[in-house]
Design a protein around this ligand. Structure first.
Ligand SMILES: *[C@@H]1O[C@H](CO)[C@@H](O)[C@H](O)[C@H]1NC(C)=O
Length: 263
């Protein structure tokens, strides 16, 4: 045996004799798994699985899985625990009943607001960039505040679906308040007269919902501003006329000062 081996053996012995850590963490977790059983019927057909885990620091030592029906060691350290629990009739019975008493019961408690929760998304289209050299516009369809997460979003141009590299989508964003949001972008060369639609399929809608966007030509835009300016000017004159009218009317019926009271 060389000197190297001696040093290695010594350091191993030192590690084994080290004090246990001052802080450690023991965790018990109880998990319920739900899946639709055969027949596809309502609650009675629900398949329920209960899993209990015993965890020391980050290592799972033992567990109870209702699919197995008894405790099992997951790591060597958990063997005495599993043996001990399996030897106790009440502990076994309690855990065997948990799938029904705990999991199935809680399903009934959470189902009305968790599983049946449906919130319609708010949808809008915003044109983000317009590159005048290539005439390309980036249209953003913002779909916000919906639940559950399953959603299909398509871009339509004049009723036909737009696909491929022109369409980009963000990751689904979980807002953390039981709502999701997502944005789907379309890069396009918008021509005057085109009608763009962002179509959303979501369980909260009985039929697919759409929002539309149409490019506005410069002349259409200037016409719109002319109209707005005309409307404002009209309102100003209406207001002025109304003020003059009311003033002249007031002058007619101006009551006499109550002279008698002043003496
Ligand atoms: C999305 O489309 C797929 C394939 O057409 C369909 O199976 C699924 O039900 C749709 N999802 C929603 C939320 O409409």
């Amino acid at each position: 045996m060389g000197p190297g081996a001696v040093i290695l053996a010594l350091s191993l012995a030192a590690a084994a004799a080290a004090e246990p850590p001052a802080h450690f963490l023991i965790q018990d977790t109880a998990e319920c798994y739900y899946s639709p059983g055969g027949g596809g019927g309502p609650e009675g057909q629900l398949e329920v699985r209960f899993v209990y885990r015993y965890i020391y620091d980050r290592e799972e030592l033992a567990r109870f899985d209702s699919a197995r029906g008894e405790f099992e060691a997951v790591a060597a350290l958990g063997e005495p625990d599993a043996r001990y629990w399996n030897g106790q009739k009440e502990v076994l019975e309690q855990n065997r009943a948990a799938a029904d008493v705990f999991c199935r019961h809680n399903y009934g408690v959470y189902e009305p607001f968790a599983r049946k929760r449906l919130v319609q998304p708010k949808m809008s289209i915003t044109p983000a960039e317009h590159d005048s050299s290539s005439q390309k516009t980036l249209l953003i369809c913002d779909v916000a505040g919906f639940w559950p997460s399953g959603i299909n979003i398509t871009w339509l141009r004049n009723g036909k679906e737009e696909e491929g590299t022109k369409v980009m989508t963000t990751d689904l964003i979980r807002n953390g308040d039981w709502t999701f949001q997502i944005q789907v972008m379309l890069e396009t060369k918008a021509e005057w007269g085109d009608v763009y639609a962002c179509q959303v399929e979501h369980p909260s809608f009985p039929t697919p919902a759409r929002v539309q966007w149409e490019p506005q030509s410069d002349s259409a835009r200037s016409k719109m501003w002319t109209g707005v300016a005309g409307l404002i000017l009209g309102l100003v004159f209406l207001g002025l006329g109304l003020i003059f009218f009311l003033r002249s009317k007031k002058g007619d019926v101006l009551p006499q000062a109550p002279v008698a009271l002043m003496s």
